[in-house]
Design a protein around this ligand. Structure first.
Ligand code: TYM
Length: 330
């Protein structure tokens, strides 16, 4: 049996270049060596108010982008979180093992509750426990995510260990897989901040659905630092360093080679080159996405097959957990 990887994304907007480099690209690389489960986390999405029709549409958008990005539905399990109610059932049990303080310490909760001060709901607070259930219900060995999910993974590991300690060995304690480069792609406008799908400044974020012209224009207007040298220095030149990272990830050229290539040429030709490299990367991805997205019948088949497979596995774990917890079997 191959070890298991599990990961997911929220269908709250089009996917960004940050989500691609931080997560999706690594999933596709890992899916042959691992038993892959990739879900669209629609239950997590409603911790922020969503328009129902949009949420429904975006869930299929994300499924199509997973496929366009290289997830092979005949090798991996691709499914929608709400199709597997066992996640919520396990979440309840894990909630009873989580302290209020643990959830209060989550930086994402603190950030999101200040961003959505008018809707600080309990779901936002218990969000990481549902994420832990997503992972533990499949006994995932590895969870490929970006840097911002590290703290949630730590909680997941603690909950697995806690349950195992109280009720005997049940859950695999998962390891995070955070890429060395690309785990935190920064905003194109405020390079001290993470690139985010919900940034109100649309120039700050590159979406995988952006047109070639939008990509070029966002790169041309990307904020660089004072000075004119193309040198990687995260602390003093976060803007140019982020662009070097993007160029490196898109072309595979080393940072040293990139610095040499643009030595003494200034920022403008560098930004042009990064724009072109990203057009070369995103353009075929977008075209594939549009083709896949236009066939909803096939997308529905993929998620139906995925849900059946995921439920089968989830049910088995939940049965064991219920028994260990002391629930009378039906
Ligand atoms: P979400 O939807 O915010 O993001 C999906 C994935 O993309 C990564 N990511 C980034 N990586 C690098 N640079 C960025 N700027 C960037 N922005 C986003 C995220 O780290 C993530 O890996 N809570 C999760 C979804 C989730 C999940 C799970 C993940 C729910 N259950 C179980 C793994 C396992 C989230 O909101 O991701």
């Amino acid at each position: 049996m191959k070890p298991t990887i599990l990961s997911g994304m929220q269908p709250t907007n089009d996917l960004t270049l940050g989500q691609y480099f931080g997560a999706l690209r690594n999933w596709t690389e890992l899916q042959r060596e691992y038993n892959g489960l990739f879900c669209v986390v629609d239950l997590h999405a409603i911790t922020v108010r969503q328009e129902p029709a949009k949420l429904r549409r975006r869930t299929l958008d994300v499924v199509a982008m997973y496929l366009a990005g290289g997830i092979d539905a005949s090798v991996s399990t691709l499914f929608v979180q709400s199709h597997v109610p066992e996640h919520c059932q396990l979440q309840w049990i894990l909630s009873c093992l989580t302290s209020f303080g643990e959830c209060s310490r989550m930086t994402q909760f603190k950030d999101k509750s200040s961003q959505h001060a008018d809707n600080v709901n309990v779901g936002l607070f218990t969000y990481p426990i549902l994420m832990a259930a997503d992972i533990l219900i499949y006994n995932a060995d590895l969870v490929p995510v970006g840097e911002d999910q590290k703290q949630h993974l730590e909680l997941t590991r603690n909950l697995a260990e806690r349950f195992n300690h109280i009720y005997s060995d049940t859950f695999t304690v998962p390891e995070p897989f955070i890429p060395k480069v690309g785990a935190k792609i920064m905003s194109l406008q405020e390079p001290e901040k993470k690139m985010s799908k919900s940034d109100p400044n649309e120039r700050a974020t590159l979406f995988l659905t952006d047109t070639d012209d939008q990509i070029r224009s966002k790169l041309r207007r990307a904020v660089t630092d004072s000075g004119s040298e193309v040198i990687y220095d995260q602390e003093h030149r976060p803007g140019v360093s982020n662009l070097i990272t993007l160029y490196h990830l898109a072309t595979n050229k080393s940072v040293a080679d990139i610095e040499k290539e643009f030595d003494g040429r200034g920022y403008a030709p560098f930004k042009e080159a990064v724009g072109e490299a990203l057009v070369d990367l995103i353009s075929p991805l977008r075209q594939k996405y549009l083709e896949i997205r236009s066939d909803e019948e096939s997308l529905n088949k993929v998620i139906k097959m995925g849900a059946e497979h995921a439920r089968e596995r989830a049910r088995r774990t939940l049965r064991k957990v219920y028994k260990k917890t002391g629930f009378v079997e039906l």
